[in-house]
Write a protein that binds this ligand. Sequence first.
Ligand code: GTP
Ligand code: MG
Length: 415
Amino acid sequence: MANEMSDDECDKTRDPLWKWKLNLIKDIRESVGTVESGKNILNVAVIGNKGCGKSSFINTLLTSFRKDKWQLYAQVGMNNGNISSITRHLKSFSAKESYYKEEPDVLFPTFIDINGLEDEHVEFNKVFLRALFEGKIKEKEKITDLLEEHTTNPDDFKNKIFKRTEYLKINRIIVVTTSDPAAPIPTELFKCINEVATDLKGIPIFGVMTKKDQFEDNEEIPQRTLDFLASLGITKESFLWVENYCPDTDPNIEYRRTVYPKIDVPVLEFINQVTNPHLGQSKEWHGFLTIILLKFVKWICIPIQIIIWAYVLILFTFMLYHDYNKILSTANNTMNNRYEFTLPDIALIYHVYRFFRLPFVIAPIAVSLFLFILSYIVKKLVRNSITKLLLAITIVFMLPTLVYVYKDQITHWLS
Ligand SMILES: Nc1nc2c(ncn2[C@@H]2O[C@H](COP(=O)(O)OP(=O)(O)OP(=O)(O)O)[C@@H](O)[C@H]2O)c(=O)[nH]1
Ligand SMILES: [Mg+2]
């Protein structure tokens, strides 16, 4: 993959900002940590009203992590908020599965694209946002369907939605709006976001204003920025005025072949703030358990496997050395008595087969395979869900125990 090329090879841009971009990715990499840190991946929700540039911003920010070229991750529309939303479902983009696959152990954030919310649906927005931040909205869920359900029976909707199991709990919120002075700021929606986020242990909020390229010189921008910040109750440190990768900024769409560090650097600086670990909520109760499990894999499972395979190798070499003559004579017997073709290897295969059937060889190999599967499961599941992980470990431990307890019956059935 082009994203895995060396940094200099990738620098098609020859841009002085290229190194800065790489340093920022490194900084973010350090602050989010790796699986072994026991932290959780941050889930960052990108919210705003229809057509303000949420999906374009997601594409820009995921591209800012890339070294090769822009990619279309979230579907972008032609509309500017007048037609119905282009993004119709909640969709998440994790580093491991979409934008930064080369280092799956680094806990880069997951960004969630949410379709445009309407300023006037105040009651629905309150319930929806609380459910969203608490992780009760499922991936690919149609928000229009939820709105319809809420309109039919609000109380029933509330009861049902908060009883759901947790899916993607939100740790940071990025609120997006357009710079276009003709589009009113959806103050009610933003106040609602602020209210719900403050209520839920103060989830940190950040603001992004898109279409900088179009409205850079517009005199209404300073006041608009202040109004935007005021409606969210945040300061300029948590704000980014951005120009996204889009045909307006590059009519020839050259970005299909490259990246622009000029666009990436401010975005990465902003993400560096968003992922700031001092803002909290990145460590969960199971962080300690995760660390213990990973240490167990690293310091117990792997060394035991190395010892087992070294032991098997030594025994095997000893067997070869000790049985050398026997192997040759079996080969001669095999040749003289039974087969027409010369295959001394058959004797070797036979001895190898006998060797691996010995209880003091097969048992350690079985233990090693068991530890291998266990460490694989731990590494895979530790990132996703500790409940699933504990369940998998229980099953992995239960199976051999059951086999041991019922070994007599099993031998009886098999015989
Ligand atoms: N010039 C310019 N256009 C932009 C920028 N960001 C987004 N756009 C344009 O705005 C339009 C809407 O962008 P989307 O990213 O689809 O907006 P959205 O908020 O995801 O829209 P919905 O999903 O429909 O709610 C597209 O035509 C984009 O090209 C920008 O920074 N500059
Ligand atoms: Mg969209």
